[in-house]
Write a protein that binds this ligand. Structure first.
Ligand code: 4AD
Ligand code: MG
Length: 466
């Protein structure tokens, strides 16, 4: 086969330079045709669109063409010509074909169109080859890139916080332990009868991080503005369409910001990255809109063009108490809002993204700044239509005495947080930050209904396949 440098299909479909010889490589989506000509729809992942390869059967022989079935991978040299068929600009008249790998039609699972999303989850190793998951994972990429671009343009520094840590940032206790001790026969400390972690790899108990925030604060108190973007892990036994055991989180942290600056940043950030992704991934988003969620582009435009509504938790609870709606979980001042409450406020009452602030301190983490009322903290959650909570954040308690008092009140160990407390001892400053659940944002932008369908290999209770 003549050696020609490969061109990506996305480039070919954009170009209008016809009658030149090119090479393309990709996976066969479909093959149809008649006695004389075969039409192969080829996709290489660079775009949702396939290119049509036109093959004269006589030239290649029927036996050879039989092996080019759905899923097979081929390399084709040929002449790029203007397409006769409707809806496509260019097609390739094959002159040489090399089969890299066949895909036995009796066993290749992606035969027909329209497999259910549940079935595709079971073959997550192959589902990126479908139109749906190709679109989702391209969107995921562009969205990640937009996030880095946004913070870079603002002069924030990408700060790498550890994945293995001895701290429980959220104080929620749902952590995956990390240990090299023999699980069947761990060394026991004779004095206490408990597992002797001094013999463990790090000499003490450690876990996978639930949030990079505490270390992120250390960065902000030196570099001014930082963000993290990394995997986080929560061993909550929540089998919901919005929870993963392993998810990616973006956590900006900014010195000298208060809770209002924090809300301004969150709103500007979300609008920027959604807008960028809409521009970059128009065809993929249009496809998902058509296939799964007719209101998707409308909803995205709505979020871009409307100011998020800001209100306090107390105001939100009042609305919920007097709305007459029957909720599964009771709502009263002090209750942790459930997804049904959040979605009522966003989807039915305001019909707009909202930012809730000033939560009761009892339902929020130890590090949030206490308000003068002594009862509420300067937390802020961003709630989105169809998703509920997409961002959680706060202004941080920068006062050493107040922070220590809260740590003691919650019977947490001040000793193990001494490094964190040092920021309050030495040159403390007001600061604020938030955490965006990356997959929740991908859910929102793709219009998918289940978080398992927006990450290549989801990790959920009883599921760590692939
Ligand atoms: O509200 P969370 O727990 O806040 C924090 O972790 C703070 N340390 C963030 C900060 O202030 N720097 O989590 C933040 C976001 C949530 O709003 C949600 O979008 C997402 O992370 N999230 C999850 N996403 C998928 N699966 C889970 N199990 C998630 N838990 C939280
Ligand atoms: Mg939260």
């Amino acid at each position: 086969m003549e050696l020609i440098k490969r061109t990506k299909i996305v480039e070919i479909l954009k170009s209008s330079v016809f009658d030149q010889k090119v090479n393309i490589k990709g996976w066969v989506r479909t093959r149809r045709g008649n006695k004389n000509i075969a039409f192969i729809a080829l996709n290489d992942g660079s775009t949702i669109n396939n290119i049509q390869v036109v093959v004269e059967i006589e030239k290649f022989g029927e036996e050879f063409l039989k092996t080019i079935t759905t899923g097979a991978c081929i390399s084709v040299n040929g002449l790029l010509v203007e397409s006769q068929g409707q809806g496509q600009t260019a097609e390739l008249q094959a002159s040489e074909i090399q089969i890299y790998g066949a895909a036995d039609p009796n066993t290749y699972p992606l035969q027909k169109k329209g497999h259910s999303l549940e079935f595709l989850r079971e073959i997550a190793h192959l589902r990126p080859r479908t139109n749906t998951f190709g679109a989702i994972f391209r969107i995921r990429h562009h969205l990640s890139f937009a996030i880095h671009k946004y913070f870079n343009e603002l002069g924030f520094f990408y700060f790498h916080t550890p994945i293995i840590t001895a701290s429980d940032a959220e104080g929620a206790g749902s952590m995956f332990q990390v240990s090299t001790l023999n699980a069947e026969k761990p060394p026991i400390d004779k004095a206490t009868g408990k597992i002797d972690h001094t013999k463990d790899f790090f000499g003490k108990p450690t876990n996978l991080t639930v949030s990079g925030q505490l270390e992120g604060e250390l960065g902000a108190m030196a570099l001014g503005g930082i963000y993290t973007f990394g995997p986080t892990f929560r061993a909550e036994n929540s089998n919901t369409p919005r929870h993963l055991a392993e998810f990616w989180m973006i956590e900006p942290e900014v010195a000298f910001n208060d809770v209002n600056d924090n809300m301004d940043l969150a709103e500007d950030f979300l609008k920027y990255v959604i807008n960028y992704t809409l521009e970059q991934c128009k065809e993929d988003i249009d496809f998902l809109c058509k296939m799964y969620d007719n209101e998707l582009t409308e909803r995205l435009d709505f979020v871009l063009n409307n100011k998020f509504i800001r209100l306090t938790y107390t105001e939100g609870v009042k609305i919920l108490e007097s709305c007459g709606e029957k909720f599964e979980f009771p709502v009263y001042w002090g209750a942790d809002l459930q997804s049904e409450h959040e979605r009522y406020l966003v989807e039915r009452h305001f019909k707009c993204p909202i930012m809730l602030t000033d939560y009761p301190k009892e339902i929020k983490s130890f590090y949030m700044k206490l308000n003068d009322d002594g009862k509420t903290v300067r937390g802020m959650d961003v709630l989105f239509p169809k998703i509920g909570e997409i961002i959680g954040g706060s202004e941080r308690e920068e006062n050493y005495d107040k922070l220590i008092a809260r740590i003691n009140e919650l019977e947490m160990s001040a000793d193990s947080l001494s490094w964190y407390l040092d920021t309050r001892k030495f040159g403390t400053a007001p600061h604020a930050g938030f955490g965006l659940g990356f997959e929740r944002l991908v859910l929102f932008i793709t219009g998918m209904a289940n978080i398992r369908d927006v990450i290549p290999f989801p990790r959920t209770p009883n599921n760590a396949e692939f």
